[in-house]
Design a protein. Structure first.
Lengths: 144, 293
């Protein structure tokens, strides 16, 4: 009886979980020839592997645990995007830094602007080590 | 009796026709869409700050006859709606022989400043100083103020401050000092500090909470790693060592970016203060008068 209850409890999670990851809708099709360099291809592969990991994390942990990340974009999205924009090494360093800031024990987050979603706005462009890409948003206005 | 009633009805009918025709005649004699009415209505909309509809009325009038004051109001409407590029284009349409030409030149410079097109503003100021009757001191004030918001080298301090009136000299002198030696911090220093003592670079970048957290995380995993290796638990030792290295490297990188963000923040605050001061002084330019009389 205990085993049956356990099986029902575990499988019910999958029944109620979201099964349609991408809804049907209009898709813009591009007919131009698709070509990219090896470097781009490698980055895309890395990003797609990370996307699978991120989706797995979302499915098994985040969806059950709830949306707890105080930042926009969330830490998992931040990792995938930072690797896509830079490379695996720099992306990992950026993620390690973000993870430390997320774990801030004192919750001193006065220097972040608020995103329109109500979260703290912390874009990837501010951490590329390039001065010109930094988006400094006023604390009084909502970032979009 | 019937004849009397008939006369009465006819009289009333005629009276009704007379009254009705009076209204019709009045309507045709007074065209509500006349040029004068359009200008009056447009002026009213302009003064009520309904700029889009005012522009429509003024443009309709300009199709049939040229009127420089209406053109000036169209440009001013765009300026007040924060469409600075369009405002600049509209001010350009005012001819040299117009009484509003001088003011329109000032307004063009104002539009350029508000659109934050400082390099073009610089060029225009140089041109205006060379070949116009504009007050060169006023436009020099605006040009110098715009220099504070650009990434360009400033002129000598005396030359910079001398163009301003006495009341503004102290403030502009403060801005000049800040711009000459901005209190920026060094990302390299922050990275080196964090490499030596994890988290110290973050504290240097004014992110004290993040710094202490980074120190604790790196320290904790390093301690656990050493402890595991000492007890010959190599697998978990390597696991904790990897985590320690992960947080350590991330913190060194993050300290440099934190300082960059800190610098961006203080530059943003400085620019906001300068803009506030300049806008408070109406960009040091004369403001148009009698627009809403």
């Amino acid at each position: 009886m205990k085993v049956i209850t356990l099986i029902i409890l575990i499988t019910s999670n999958f029944i109620y979980s979201q099964s349609d990851w991408e809804r049907w809708g209009k898709v813009d099709i591009c007919y131009s020839p698709y070509s990219h360099s090896i470097n781009e291809h490698t980055i895309e592969m890395e990003a797609s592997v990370l996307t699978v990991l991120k989706d797995g994390y979302s499915f098994f942990i985040s969806d059950l645990d709830g949306d707890n990340c105080p930042f926009y974009p969330t830490c998992s999205s931040f990792f995938v995007e930072s690797v896509s924009e830079t490379n695996i090494l720099k992306g990992t360093l950026m993620f390690a830094d973000r993870f430390t800031r997320d774990s801030n024990l004192f919750k001193t987050r006065k220097h972040y602007a608020t995103h329109i979603s109500g979260k703290l706005y912390d874009p990837i462009k501010n951490y590329l080590l390039i001065d010109s890409t930094i988006i400094y948003s006023s604390r009084e206005e909502l970032a979009k | 009796m019937i004849t009397y009633r008939l006369i009465q009805i006819t009289y009333l009918f005629l009276l009704e026709i007379i009254f009705a025709s009076t209204n019709l005649v009045a309507q045709t004699n007074n065209d509500i869409f006349s040029t004068q009415n359009r200008i009056a209505f447009g002026n009213n909309l302009f003064c009520e700050r309904d700029y889009l509809r005012a522009i429509d009325e003024f443009k309709f009038v300009l199709k049939s006859e040229w009127n420089d004051s209406l053109q000036f109001k169209i440009a001013t409407s765009y300026l007040r709606m924060s469409d600075y590029n369009q405002a600049y284009k509209e001010y350009q349409k005012i001819c040299k022989n117009s009484l509003l030409y001088e003011q329109s030149q000032y307004e063009k410079l104002r539009s350029l400043f508000k659109s934050e097109n400082y390099s073009f503003l610089n060029n225009q100021v140089d041109k205006q100083i060379l070949n116009s009757k504009l007050n060169s001191l006023q436009i020099l004030r605006l040009r110098n103020s715009a220099l504070l918001l650009e990434d360009k080298t400033l002129p000598e301090k005396n030359d910079f401050v001398s163009v301003y009136v006495e009341n503004d000299k102290t403030k502009m002198s403060e801005f000049y000092n800040w711009k000459s030696k901005p209190p920026f911090k060094s990302p390299t220093t922050a990275a080196i500090m964090s490499a030596l003592i994890p988290g110290s670079g973050k504290i240097y970048a004014d992110e004290i909470g993040d710094g202490i957290t980074a120190f604790l995380l790196t320290g904790l995993f390093t301690y656990l790693s050493v402890d595991k290796f000492n007890n010959n638990h190599n697998a978990s030792g390597w696991l904790y060592a990897s985590l320690a290295a992960f947080f350590y490297a991330g913190n060194v990188y993050g300290s440099a970016t934190a300082v960059q963000n800190y610098n961006a923040g203080i530059k943003f605050n400085f620019d906001s203060k300068v803009k506030l001061f300049i806008n408070d002084r109406n960009q040091f330019l004369p403001t148009p008068k009698h627009l809403c009389n």
